[in-house]
Design a protein around this ligand. Sequence first.
Ligand code: NDP
Ligand code: OXD
Length: 313
Amino acid sequence: MEKGKILLALTGIHPQRWHELLSAEREVVLEPNGADDPSITYAVVWKQKPNLLKSLPNLRAIFSIGAGVDHVFADPGLPDVPIVKVVADNLTQHMVEYVVWRVLDHHRQASLYRAQQQKKIWHEPPQRVAGDVSVGIMGLGSLGRAAASALLSLGFAVNGWSRSERPMKGVSTYAGEAGLIPFLNATDILVVLLPLTPQTQGIVNYGLLKELRRRNGLGGAVLINAGRGRLQKDADILRALDDGTLKEASLDVFEVEPLPKTSPLWSHPKVFVTPHAAATSDPTHLVPIMLRQMAAYERGEKLENLVDREAGY
Ligand code: NDP
Ligand code: OXD
């Protein structure tokens, strides 16, 4: 197979660094150019424009610059070629850091101490150890498993929920619809690392949050969502925070992004907001992996980290 040419089609992300790094090895066309160029064989995308890819007659594969691929599937004219998602140590490390940071912040009662400091209050509240707290990870994929390992090493009890059975040493695992309620009933701090698919959209709703366990000595259950915003119902989270179903939440993702300035989540005292920044794709680390994959594919090897089109992730 000859060396393929790349279409770079990124929306809402500055393409310059991706372009520079990809161009070091291959010819790259920057969208909006090249929309029907027959010599383009790969598309490197983030939220590509609808129907853009279907006009490329010789497209062989689509590379998402993120681990999530809901943005690829949003295209009604998505051609039937393999889709590759990101699985990379650098991205995983960022996500593990985010999850550990947020879990520890809630566990060690950081918001209480911040409030006390503002009022110059010298008071030590009771503090449980990690082993008394159960963190449940929804989505035991490459990011969820890495986060689970890090939390285990800190001494937390860890639960994991996935679509199929995913045994993991030291983790209590649950699968499918039948496993969801038992998983939630055994979870104090819920970490959401699911992909957005038709099956998972809106899953983090009031009814689900009600099922969480509230025995962590922190005075309530905690939600951390770093998966996708449309997994959750923002209004249900607010309701749960206001009636005590949830004690606190750390949200990296939102139903609408950027989070509208009018959203009450911005100023809610029990919410910690980050701007979809848990694990940002870094071209310095990800482009070499993509280029290696393209070269291997052209030598006749299989593409890795392929998306299951039927499952949607
Ligand atoms: P993976 O594809 O490796 O894992 C997904 C996990 O979710 C799997 O365990 C899968 O189950 C499970 N899952 C999928 N659908 C269902 C379902 N219907 N019911 C139960 N479990 C389900 O994904 P990653 O770990 O690489 O990434 C997860 C998500 O994190 C991405 O899709 C993306 O949306 C988000 N993300 C967010 C970032 C941020 O900065 N906020 C950065 C990077 C990613 P099974 O194991 O059985 O297949
Ligand atoms: C991703 C993301 O999916 O950054 O990688 O959201």
